[in-house]
Design a protein around this ligand. Structure first.
Ligand SMILES: Nc1nc2c(ncn2[C@@H]2O[C@H](COP(=O)(O)OP(=O)(O)OP(=O)(O)O)[C@@H](O)[C@H]2O)c(=O)[nH]1
Ligand SMILES: [Zn+2]
Length: 205
């Protein structure tokens, strides 16, 4: 699979990453810069907690979507129609401001013999969400990862998300959401299939 897709944004290998202490010092610097006293009791363990939280929130750099999508199934009694996993909630962070992007991903594919474990679709969303992102990149990366590893007849990904950098700061427009889509294969060339994806998505409740 294309290395750009799996490792995008992950320039730092384990070997040349700053240490835990470097990360904690950086948090102390930011606290002081914001006007806090990093030595007061309530903040003493904060750098350690922030580093631990970052490990979790940005854990996607250490995970490989190809590995997750590697296990596929063929025994589905001849099922060959669309599989749509809708409303996969995610938290990501925008690469411009490092504040949250909160949203839902909808992922569909047309099988070509093999299908994915349903949880794996959600796992792949999380892997890409737990990296610094633009919504456009994340949408394209999810589609590309499934397209390349499963080789289905087509993939459709839609992300509907609110960017906290637009809600909490800057233009301060709460509630505005951004929709992005990526279509590959049959979803790209077959307008009726693309329309069916939309109908299934929006007509289900
Ligand atoms: N296309 C795209 N833009 C994003 C995404 N997340 C954040 N942005 C935008 O990135 C832009 C960065 O613009 P800059 O002018 O460099 O930064 P800024 O001064 O903080 O901009 P404002 O948010 O307008 O205050 C802003 O317009 C953000 O809304 C994303 O996922 N996709
Ligand atoms: Zn932002």
């Amino acid at each position: 699979m294309d290395a750009v897709v799996t490792r995008i944004g992950s320039a730092n290998t384990e070997a040349n990453r700053p240490s835990q202490k470097d990360a904690e010092d950086a948090v102390r610097t930011l606290l002081a810069w914001a006007g806090e006293d990093p030595t007061r009791e309530g903040l003493l363990d904060t750098p350690k907690r922030v580093a631990k939280a970052y490990k979790e929130l940005f854990g996607g750099y250490d995970e490989d979507p190809v590995e997750v999508l590697g296990r596929t199934f063929e025994e589905v009694a001849g099922y060959d129609d669309m599989v749509l996993v809708a409303d996969i909630p995610f938290f990501s962070h925008c690469e411009h401001h490092m504040v949250p992007i909160i949203g839902k991903a909808h992922v569909a594919y047309m099988p070509d013999g093999r299908v994915l474990g349903l949880s794996k679709v959600a796992r792949v969303v999380d892997i890409f969400a737990r990296r610094l992102q633009t919504q456009e990149s994340m949408t394209a990366q999810i589609a590309s990862a499934i397209d390349t590893t499963l080789a289905p007849k087509g993939v459709a990904v839609m992300i509907d998300a609110e960017h906290m950098c637009m809600s909490m700061r800057g233009i301060k427009k709460q509630g505005s959401t951004t929709l992005t889509t990526t279509f590959t294969g049959d979803f790209k060339t077959d307008a009726a299939l693309q329309a069916r994806f939309m109908t299934m998505l929006y007509g289900r409740k």
